[in-house]
Design a protein around this ligand. Structure first.
Ligand code: AMP
Ligand code: GLY
Length: 431
């Protein structure tokens, strides 16, 4: 493989990017790592540049000015704006798909068409831009029924309607109102799938791929999976519901066909294909693709890797993924508990002071990833987003990992901190 890059840029500002920065810094190749725009926790470890993740010209200029040799893109928005295309055109190896690959996340209709055309298991669906035919179609299906805005809606464009009235309202709101902007101009109506969800993250380079350790996210804001959907309130890895036999089935029926379908569609995909899967009684079924690492899945997946992350992502960017041997993964369990600002995912306050425990008082193998944090003008650490911190712990059992993560969460002081108390409970209760 080509010599490792001496300096690399991570784009983004969340807990996912903090986990990426830490894992890349730990590489034996010891690269110089910088981040844009980063957050207070990332800035404590590497230089951060105040360029927004969606400022494509600004990021391109930064890469040239700082002589960056490799770029790892965290969030979906810069990918869909073509950041990776611009960088690759300048000869800068980049981990993350071009705008064509990012459409797999940015357009649910585009993805559904590919899934159906390539006979990859997914719920039946139909597409609409007019209210009347959408309402008529729904009456030919059963309740619950799922209504999805076509475009990027920050996790808020999906309604799992429990009645026809709720489904009608969702259709009218998306197609007539402007709540979803251009993301809502077309929608999908999709049959509801039942089962447990799992996140399968796959490092993809053309037709080559490496499946990362399994994980499960907790998307609802409240304990017991209640309340509105969020970006993700906590994760654990591995997801034992995905037995080795089931993982083989997911690889054969979903991952390999998806990677090949994307290549067959003429997309030269390099980056993470994150497959959201429902484990239905009749088998695994694709809910969605994302074209980036998951947040907070990354915060439990990367700490379990023994394989050097830089080796993996660099090989993918160079089209040499097949030269990387099988992944080495720790047998430890990982739990990540997200600390949010109370009020999230609706309106929440910013600027509340956070006091973190000193590293020496944290339980073993426990680390705090920053997400929505910033230093105020007085130099104090304050909240600056809905998801504020991600507390990850590793331990030989899931129970011990959760206990460690929660012990650390309890040590974090912040007047508006909120977190779920039951991350990992589903798997713990299954035993
Ligand atoms: P998405 O934005 O496509 O990830 O959807 C957000 C969430 O809505 C998913 O994580 C699921 O919990 C739920 N969801 C989406 N599609 C379906 C479906 N066909 N059946 C049941 N739940 C779904
Ligand atoms: N945790 C779900 C996501 O990253 O989309």
């Amino acid at each position: 493989m080509s010599p490792f890059p001496r300096s690399l840029l991570v784009v983004g500002s969340g807990g996912r990017e903090h986990a990426l920065v830490r894992a890349l810094l730990a590489s034996p190749a010891a690269p110089r790592v910088v981040c844009a725009p980063g957050n207070a926790g990332i800035a404590a470890e590497v230089p951060c540049f105040p360029i927004a993740a969606d400022d494509v010209p600004g990021l391109v200029a930064l890469v040239q000015r700082e002589h960056i040799a490799f770029v790892v893109v965290g969030p979906e928005v810069p990918l869909s704006l073509g950041l990776a295309d611009r960088l690759r055109a300048l000869g800068v190896p980049t981990y993350g798909p071009g705008a064509d690959g990012a459409r797999l996340e940015a357009s649910k209709i585009f993805t559904k068409e590919i899934l159906l055309k390539h006979r990859i298991p997914t719920a039946p669906a139909a597409f609409f831009s007019e209210i009347k035919p959408a309402l008529a179609y729904m009456r030919t299906r059963s309740i619950p029924i799922v209504v999805k805005a076509d475009g990027l809606a920050a996790g808020k464009g999906v309604i799992v309607a429990q009645s026809i009235a709720e489904a009608d309202a969702a259709v009218r709101e998306m197609l007539a109102g402007d709540k979803f902007g251009s993301a809502g101009r077309q929608l999908l109506i999709e049959d509801c799938l039942f089962g447990e969800e799992t996140s399968i993250l796959v490092v993809v380079s053309g037709r080559d791929y490496v499946i990362l350790p399994t994980s499960q996210d907790h998307k609802r804001i409240g304990d017991g999976d209640t309340g509105p959907n969020t970006g993700g309130m906590g994760t654990y890895s591995p997801a034992e519901v995905v037995t080795p036999g089931l993982l083989a089935r997911i690889e054969n029926e979903i991952v390999r066909p998806s990677v090949n379908a994307i290549a067959d569609e003429g997309i030269a995909f390099c980056g993470t294909l994150f497959v959201g899967i429902m484990l239905t009684p009749t088998g695994p079924s694709v809910i969605e693709y994302n074209t980036r690492f998951g947040d907070p899945e990354t915060q439990v997946v990367l700490p379990r890797l023994t394989t050097d992350l830089l080796t993996l992502l660099w090989a993918a960017a160079l089209g040499q993924l097949s030269s990387v041997g099988p992944l080495a993964v720790k047998s430890d369990y990982a739990v990540c508990v997200v600390i949010a600002a109370r009020g999230y995912p609706d309106a929440y306050p910013k600027g509340d002071v956070i006091t973190l425990p000193p590293a020496s008082s944290l339980p073993p193998s426990t680390f705090i990833y920053h997400a929505g944090t910033v230093l105020n003008s007085a130099g104090q650490l304050v909240t600056n987003g809905g998801r504020v911190l991600g507390v990850t712990a590793l331990a030989p059992t899931l129970r011990a990992a959760a206990d460690r993560a929660y012990a650390a969460c309890d040590q974090v002081q912040c007047p508006t901190k909120y977190f779920r108390r039951d991350i990992g409970a589903r798997q713990l209760n299954r035993r």
